[in-house]
Design a protein around this ligand. Structure first.
Ligand code: SAH
Length: 226
């Protein structure tokens, strides 16, 4: 069984979006992973297909109703479904490369995309949704956040990205940012490729890259070194 992602959203037509392009799209075509998107509105029970209601206690905006959302979650993933149930949420744990690796070796994910002010807390508790954030800013909905999460995860699924070893040196894989890259031409607007990279001395190149990686991380993301 390959990795299976299932999205619950009010905008299923946004998927696969970026996930259908390039290596991830090819990975899907090759059967390394699959994607389904279910419209939350299909589970509404009234004539107007209502999925949201005003916040208890007052205030602006609307809240996704717990009963409709729970029905959708149960239809997509009954209690026996082993996939983690994730809610995209600015209040969630920040997404990390490590969590992406963990998810990539699992059976897949069920992802709920919030809209409006978010979802009723009781459905988060009752269905034990794992809240994940993609950063300290507020989006209008969880769809792009779900794509970000899946893009990070799916490229790590064995077989999706061709060259395995191009991964180990990438940013965050070893707790550091990656070194700078260069390619031809040798001279671009009077700027040369650092001589060490064209020296052919692989030991020296590895040392230079490690130094660059450390310097960049110190300068830009000292928090990663702690
Ligand atoms: N009222 C909420 C924000 C709601 S934004 C708050 O202040 O916390 C509407 C939806 O967009 C959310 O339910 C969530 O699914 C999604 N979303 C917004 N920002 C996000 C982020 N940084 N990471 C992940 N999902 C986010």
């Amino acid at each position: 069984m390959s990795f299976s992602a299932h999205i619950i959203t009010l905008f299923p037509e946004l998927f696969p979006g970026t996930l259908g392009a390039s290596v991830l799209g090819r990975g899907m075509a090759d059967g390394h992973w699959q994607l389904n998107a279910t419209n939350l509105r299909d589970f509404a029970t009234d004539r107007h297909r209502t999925v949201d209601d005003t916040p208890s206690g007052g205030g602006a905006g609307m809240v996704l109703k717990p009963d409709i959302l729970a029905t959708a979650i149960d239809a997509v993933a009954p209690a026996s479904d082993p996939r983690p149930r994730i809610l995209m949420s600015p209040r969630g744990k920040p997404l990390t490369q490590q969590r992406a690796h963990e998810l990539a070796v699992g059976p897949g994910v069920v992802i709920v995309c919030g809209r409006f002010e978010g979802v009723d807390q009781r459905v988060i508790d009752a269905r034990q949704l794992e809240e994940i954030s993609i950063g300290d800013y507020v989006l209008a909905g969880g769809e792009v956040a779900a794509m970000v999460l899946l893009e990070a995860v799916v490229r790590l699924i064995p077989g999706v990205l061709g060259a395995l070893d191009s991964r180990d040196e990438e940013s965050f894989e070893n707790g550091m940012l990656e070194y700078p890259h260069y390619t031809r031409p040798q001279v671009f607007e009077d700027r040369e490729i650092p001589a060490v990279l064209t020296s052919g001395d692989h030991k020296k190149i590895a040392r230079w890259r490690a130094e660059q990686s450390l310097e960049l991380t110190k300068a830009r993301r000292p928090d990663l070194l702690k």
